[in-house]
Design a protein around this ligand. Structure first.
Ligand SMILES: Nc1ncnc2c1ncn2[C@@H]1O[C@H](COP(=O)(O)OP(=O)(O)O)[C@@H](O)[C@H]1O
Ligand SMILES: [Mg+2]
Length: 260
């Protein structure tokens, strides 16, 4: 199953990605957590020490590797570079989670491709998934990173939204785009819900089928953002994510074989 997580900046994509990665790992899945967000890193949120992250720069910055594999240089390059060994060489292992620091694909109109994007897409698409395997893509904020290339092969698109009009509007745009790109399942997850009023607001914005669940505002998690080392999610968050996780497993059940 391949799950992509999108939504407005700050909505909670990385938090959700880290939470469900850990919960899948606990259920003995092999998890490929792909960090495609240039902002706060999924690695940090998963609790990878800074030195270890620094030692493994995002793939997009590995210019020589990309040039070597895509044969880029003279304006012509290979669209489907050989990347089978990339995961073994460059993933950071955290138990059953393999973290791939990818970096954001370049903004590209549908007509424009570049060696970097071809390389990144090849890496993600090279992950052939068995039953107990899951890819979790933590995407960049907003819609500009949502291209046909990144949406390809995604079984379930999770759109995170806060209970605000702006966040919901972004969610709607992503919903529409994802649907146009042929993503089979698109679900919204409300986040940082502080009151019944906020929950009602969100529930009213979407149909019952569209909305997968809501995560409560977690005071402890929020306060940790003030700390220099906010690393690791801990049990508090996992508890609130586990509610929507059950739903995700249920949704995923119907599409688990779609990618294999
Ligand atoms: N349910 C929640 N309760 C409290 N704080 C949250 C919650 N979800 C996310 N946050 C906090 O909000 C900030 C942004 O979350 P993050 O996951 O980095 O968003 P994104 O990846 O969408 O930009 C972080 O400081 C995170 O700890
Ligand atoms: Mg993020």
């Amino acid at each position: 199953m391949k799950i992509a997580i999108t939504g407005k900046g700050g909505a909670g994509k990385t938090t959700l990605a880290a939470g469900i990665a850990q919960l899948f790992a606990r259920q003995d899945y092999q998890v490929y957590a792909v960090d495609a967000d240039p902002d706060i890193s999924l690695g940090t949120t998963l609790g990878v020490p800074e030195e270890q992250l620094a030692a493994q720069p995002p793939l997009i910055e590995m210019k020589e590797l990309i040039a070597e594999r895509t044969g880029a240089g003279g304006g012509i390059y290979i669209l489907n570079p050989q990347v089978d060994d990339i995961l073994d060489k460059y993933a950071i292992e955290l138990g059953r989670i393999k973290l791939l620091r990818m970096g954001a694909v370049k903004h590209a109109s549908t007509a424009c491709y570049c060696p970097e994007n071809a390389f990144l897409h090849a890496v993600v698409n090279s992950l052939l998934l068995g039953n107990q395997e899951v890819v979790i893509l933590d995407m960049g904020a907003g819609i500009e990173h949502l291209t046909r290339g990144t949406a390809r092969g995604v079984d379930l698109m999770l759109i995170v939204t806060e209970p605000t009009k702006v966040s919901v509007d972004t969610a709607r745009v992503i919903q529409k785009l994802s649907s146009e790109m042929g993503v089979p399942k698109i679900r919204v997850i409300g986040n940082k819900i502080r009151s019944a009023k906020e929950r009602e607001f969100l529930v009213e914005q979407f149909t019952e089928e569209e909305i997968l669940g809501c995560l409560e505002f977690d005071e402890e998690l929020w306060e940790r953002a003030m700390l220099e080392d906010s690393g690791g999610l801990g049990e508090v968050l996992l508890k609130s994510v586990s509610m929507v996780f059950d739903q995700i497993l249920r949704e995923g059940g119907g599409v688990a074989g779609a990618n294999s």
